[in-house]
Design a protein. Structure first.
Length: 259
């Protein structure tokens, strides 16, 4: 189990938001924290502390008036930590290689590999041809519908027909290097994880999985370890003191950065 740091960028600013509140219309989101520092500051900090495998997420749609500034900050962060971070947000087979050239270790993709709510194998194959599966992280962030979790796309606004199960992870693991999974309804709320989701992810013992969403205390990290059997990496956003929360970054990076 490893701590994976994050940099979320919305409207050209490093932020922590309530995930379920994100809307393309009006570029709106409920904001927990908006930083006065730019993204490259955080990337440089993670580099100095030897924290690899974190992610940069661009939260604006490419048609947004803020997209250019959001992307600039993301590229600056990649250049501040070459090979140290992954990037997601609007990734396609056409632009993925350019982000690797800018310093990303991996590209993170969801919406590109779905069409009209259905998984699009052809698009995933194109992405693999463009950059190789060893550079791909599939973002299977999900929301509950009934008793099950379904992958959501388009900045977590649209449900797909893909139910997230261990069997799903098994099938898709042949086409990527890692999974990133936000429990979207818990994201940014600091009120506890999606425990059933974490428990299910812990049953998977294949390629790495990183969970994000709802971690609000050091006790929650211990709970995640118990629920997952120590097999799931994790991200802390709004609850981390770097982003206005109470969990000490210095404590997490020292105790939980397992190789």
């Amino acid at each position: 189990m490893r701590f994976r740091p994050c940099i979320d960028i919305h409207n050209g600013q490093v932020k922590q938001i309530v995930g379920a509140s994100l809307r393309d219309e009006g570029d709106s989101a409920q904001t927990n924290f908006a930083s006065k520092k730019e993204a490259d500051f955080y990337a440089g900090l993670y580099r100095e502390d030897g924290l690899k495998g974190g992610h940069i997420i661009m939260l604006n749609h490419r048609d947004s008036k803020f997209y250019g500034e959001t992307r600039r900050q993301a590229l600056d962060a990649l250049r501040a930590y070459p090979g140290g971070m992954q990037i997601g947000g609007g990734i396609t087979a056409e632009n993925a290689a350019a982000y690797l050239e800018e310093g990303a270790s991996h590209v993170i993709v969801t919406s590109y590999v779905f069409r009209d709510g259905a998984f699009d194998r052809k698009h995933l194959d194109r992405l693999i041809s463009a950059v190789g599966k060893e550079h791909i992280v599939l973002d299977l962030s999900c929301r509950r519908r009934g008793r099950d979790y379904y992958v959501v796309t388009d900045r977590w606004q649209k449900f797909t027909d893909l139910k997230l199960t261990v069997e799903t992870l098994e099938e898709l693991s042949e086409s990527c290097d890692e999974f990133l999974i936000h429990g979207v309804d818990a994201e940014g709320r600091r009120s506890g994880m999606e425990e059933e989701l974490v428990h299910m992810l812990g049953k998977w013992r294949g390629i790495p999985v990183t969970y994000a969403g709802g971690i609000g205390s050091l006790g929650d990290i211990e709970r995640l370890s118990t629920l997952s059997g120590g097999g799931v990496d994790f991200t802390i956003g709004s609850a981390l003191d770097l982003f206005g929360g109470d969990i000490p970054y210095d404590t997490v990076k020292k105790l939980l950065n397992y190789p």
